[in-house]
Design a protein around this ligand. Sequence first.
Ligand SMILES: Nc1nc2c(c(=O)[nH]1)N[C@H]1C(S)=C(S)[C@@H](COP(=O)(O)OP(=O)(O)OC[C@H]3O[C@@H](n4cnc5c(=O)[nH]c(N)nc54)[C@H](O)[C@@H]3O)O[C@H]1N2
Ligand SMILES: Nc1nc2c(c(=O)[nH]1)N[C@H]1C(S)=C(S)[C@@H](COP(=O)(O)OP(=O)(O)OC[C@H]3O[C@@H](n4cnc5c(=O)[nH]c(N)nc54)[C@H](O)[C@@H]3O)O[C@H]1N2
Ligand code: SF4
Ligand SMILES: [Mo]
Length: 736
Amino acid sequence: MERTAFRTCPLCEASCGLEIEIVDQRVKRIRGDRSHVMSAGFICPKGSTLKQLYEDPDRLRTPVIKEDGHHRPASWEEAYALIADRWGQITDQYGRDAAAVYLGNPNAHQFENSLALRPLIKAMATKNVFSASSVDQLPKHVSAGLMFGHPLSIPVPDLDRTDYLLMLGANPYESNGSLCTAPDFPGRLERLQERGGKFVVVDPRRTKTAAKADRWIAINPGADAAFLLAIANAILEERPALADHLRHRVDGFDALPDLVAPFTPEATAAFTGVDAAVTRAVAKELAKAERAAVYGRIGTHTVAFGTTASWAVDVLNVITGNLDRAGGAMFPYPSHIGSQRARRPFVMGRWHGRVSGRPEIIGELPVASLIEEMVTPGEGQVRMLLTLAGNPALTTPNSAAFEEALEGLDFMVSVDVYLNETSRHADVVLPPPSALERSHYDLAFTGFSVRDYADYSPPVFETEAASEFEILVRLAAIFSGFGPEADPDLLAAGALTSAIQAEVQRGDSPISGRDPTEILEALGDRPWPERNLDFLLRIGNRGDHFGAVPDGLTLQKLEGNPHGIDFGPLLPRLDQVLATASGRIELTPEAIISDLPRLAQAVAQGRNGGAMLVGRRQLRSANSWTHNVEVLMKGRERCTLEVHPDDAERWGLVHGEKALVASAAGKVEVPVEITADIRPGVVSIPYGWGHGRLGSAMKVAAAYAGVNVNFLSDGSIDPISGNAVLNGIPVTVGPA
Ligand SMILES: Nc1nc2c(c(=O)[nH]1)N[C@H]1C(S)=C(S)[C@@H](COP(=O)(O)OP(=O)(O)OC[C@H]3O[C@@H](n4cnc5c(=O)[nH]c(N)nc54)[C@H](O)[C@@H]3O)O[C@H]1N2
Ligand SMILES: Nc1nc2c(c(=O)[nH]1)N[C@H]1C(S)=C(S)[C@@H](COP(=O)(O)OP(=O)(O)OC[C@H]3O[C@@H](n4cnc5c(=O)[nH]c(N)nc54)[C@H](O)[C@@H]3O)O[C@H]1N2
Ligand code: SF4
Ligand SMILES: [Mo]
């Protein structure tokens, strides 16, 4: 029996369409879906490995429970009963804050997880909620929240129409883009150049992306905020007026020249390592380009001035008139979002961390503070941890201390497909099905897409196993006190019914005043995640509003379009987006302005000349977890220390031999790769490696272990957002 299935790849934000050939219930081949409305056949080497990930003998298929230091298979009933028991004991004795949860990256790629998480977290009723966001893009949420009023109102570069892209700390030739969903990002950049446009890459490393760029600027790590403000300074010297479409929508424009006055291209040059003439040239190009966009990613976010850099990116988009216009930086409008978004302005600090008092942001505390919450005794100490689709032992700072803290916990649960560096510490591991056994819709990344589109894929293979939705609902039931035997269907039905009831009661809802029973019935008898999704789509901005808009979007319509539906290029929509108290763009938010003296001080201090460590991503890895796939791993060693030839000589390093790299937090030994494609004084180790730890069960990954770069990150943060500093870490380097 042969058939072809179409499925979105969930491994990175590009969300490519895949065409999967199946013969006799086995995957024969996976290639790019040439008819997909966004990816048009593009695929990277990881996309076809959904087969290997599905077939991987090391992938967990039943729960495991740790006994005497070893994991043994267990039934679901036994696993849930144990969790209910321990949860009860720990929270009865120590209170709800004794339990913490860490949410990893794949949650954002699985819509059923996104749907189940809110009730799950609510059921835990703990303030100790942590996620990968605070080792990633949190600074962008904060700057967007402060400037535009909502932490998800993040403008994306209009890649397909821009004439000039200034890109900082991003390497889409390897990463395929982030906070910018654009399958075949490299192809889109090449087309930009073909139509006469330019792109400039700011990165301490001459990455593949930088090598293709019209200009590569080898900035010092951690200096982007100063560089961007120097560009703003140079542009504002010309006293430009705001563009017409922004003129009455911006507060703080007049205050800006004084605020950026200390950051001239000349004054910042020693700190950024960028010649004033180059900064001025970029400022001129950016200001004069017909349609331009500034875009910053990991290298601008995971640094000591991450929020300031994130803010400065959009300051430039505003003052050059490029925000909210075609070819500039625009706000996507995904189909599952209704026309009315809550207009309550963004706030931070609704609660605070126990130990260093860090403010809550978007419902979370910074994961860099999780160690102290676990190890500092006293009321509210974290004694139980739930990790959901995350591998914080490799991905969060100060890994040695982190793993030690995990060992000190009373109880730990992981929901994960592998027994890996993190879940090996867990008392119970609950495995969800593999990607090919689950359906897909992008609730998260369509919100950052360069075109408005929607696609849905049903599961490629049926499975008897519990869905991840069911696992999360059952955990929520346990945490709510309904116990391990509660019926997940009843709970899911209850949650959807309440959502419908709340919606019909909203005056501005497209289904205001309708009968909730009629709405629930209209959603049919699909699995619960699908019913929830259909509900969101149908009340969404392109929805059929349950019959009111005859041709409107429904899940059924998406099912009939397996290559997705393209709704066209992004449209200007600033008025709809703005949710600040003033109703305008806040160009000079207090939380950021008040931190500028710290940047001015860093600029004045300059550099001490010591080595700085940065990370990097690689095309054949997805964060820390696809390393058990042999076809992705074979070939030359990839977990290496990139060093400039001058530095190698200075430090006595030999290509292929090991170097010892040490920071305030720890040290690692790593093979040296001498390359001129890195700024002198900067070294780079890729992130996501460090496998083969005792108790993990990933044979291929163990054979290509590499080292964990987060042994070197010391837990320092960007003080505004609390995001971890993972790039620009002072290190010493010598032969091992
Ligand atoms: N030094 C340094 N550190 C970094 C970064 C960096 O650039 N440098 N980058 C940061 C960034 S951007 C991110 S996003 C984070 C990522 O940090 P994490 O989210 O903690 O790490 P991942 O490697 O994505 O781990 C995903 C985990 O989920 C499991 N998994 C995979 N699919 C599923 C699924 O469908 N369900 C469940 N339940 N589990 C699944 C995998 O086995 C793995 O254990 O790391 C951050 N850490
Ligand atoms: N193949 C692959 N693709 C991925 C992932 C993966 O692990 N592998 N992970 C996915 C995830 S979760 C994310 S968040 C995205 C991230 O996507 P990107 O943001 O494109 O991530 P990186 O490839 O890590 O690129 C960061 C770049 O910043 C540079 N850099 C470091 N410090 C600085 C600095 O201070 N200033 C500047 N200007 N540059 C600096 C680094 O040299 C590096 O080239 O990728 C996603 N896609
Ligand atoms: S670029 Fe990302 S979404 Fe596309 S095939 Fe590769 S891993 Fe999958
Ligand atoms: Mo990420």
